[in-house]
Design a protein around this ligand. Structure first.
Ligand code: PEP
Length: 256
């Protein structure tokens, strides 16, 4: 596998939290706290859809990228309540999270739908952050690598190496999300290395060396440095701890 220097990427998934005024206050604070870090680490925030436009305006020129939390695979049409990838691109999103476990578990997202969403994101000129991860029952049944492999294969179906090299994959064990129980650094590294190995088998060493793989699941200021210090952990996808500027900034600092 080609050795590549991958720029770390730390993304905050705010889920269904923060009103527009609260969102503006949070990024103002965050911007000030990460200003001194330069471009050593890429920082992304994924607010609720309604906050994207105001944040796009407020963040002009700031080293903070915007992400959508999901999108539909069609560009427009009779899909009440849905948001399309071109709409997110127009609001300044550089990334869109697809396949988050809450989408899979609560809204029935399948691997095939995650693939269609990722294709729409790519077609709209953005980068998907593709989430995968096993449940506790799957881990206890020793199915972790098989589940994650199935999810990664499904999400990447039909993509070429040049696409995948620029993608972000996020390994998020479901049992670690919002539970305060993070994977150990060794558990995370094992799965990340397996995912990178799979990308090498599906594509080539160059692509595997370039694709970035985030860890997500109860990342906090006090465990971030160890998780992010693993050779195949290229960043973090952060839920709860991204809702306070100081907590999120501490994780970003741990990535530098
Ligand atoms: C997430 O929802 O992607 C996540 C990782 O949440 P938390 O950090 O709260 O576990």
């Amino acid at each position: 596998m080609a050795t590549a220097r991958r720029r770390k990427i730390v993304a905050g998934n705010w889920k269904m939290n923060k009103t527009v005024p609260e969102a503006l206050a949070l990024v103002r604070d965050l911007r000030a706290q990460v200003a001194s870090l330069g471009d050593t680490v890429e920082v992304v925030v994924a607010p609720p859809f309604v906050a994207l436009q105001p944040l796009h305006v407020a963040l002009e020129g700031a080293p903070l990228a915007l992400a959508g939390q999901n999108c539909h695979w069609e560009s427009s049409g009779a899909f009440t309540g849905e948001i399309s990838a071109p709409m997110l691109a127009e609001l300044g999103c550089a990334y869109v999270i697809v396949g988050h476990s809450e989408r899979r578990q609560l809204f029935g997202d399948t691997d095939a739908q995650v693939n269609k969403r990722a294709k729409a994101v790519r077609a709209a000129g953005m980068t998907p952050i593709i989430c995968v991860g096993e449940t506790l029952a799957e881990r206890e049944a020793d199915q972790t690598l098989a589940v994650v492999e199935r999810q990664v294969r499904g999400a990447l179906e039909g993509f070429e190496a040049k696409d995948v090299a620029s993608f972000v994959l996020a390994y998020e064990p479901v049992w670690a999300i919002g539970t305060g129980r993070n994977a150990t650094a060794a558990q995370a590294q094992e799965v990340h290395a397996a995912i990178r190995g799979l990308v090498e088998r599906l594509y080539d060493g160059e692509t595997a060396g370039r694709v970035r793989i985030q860890y997500g699941g109860s990342v906090k200021a006090d465990n971030a440095a160890e998780l992010l210090g693993q050779p195949d952990v290229d960043g973090a996808l952060v839920g709860g701890a991204s809702l306070k500027a100081g907590d999120f900034a501490a994780i970003v600092k741990a990535a530098t």
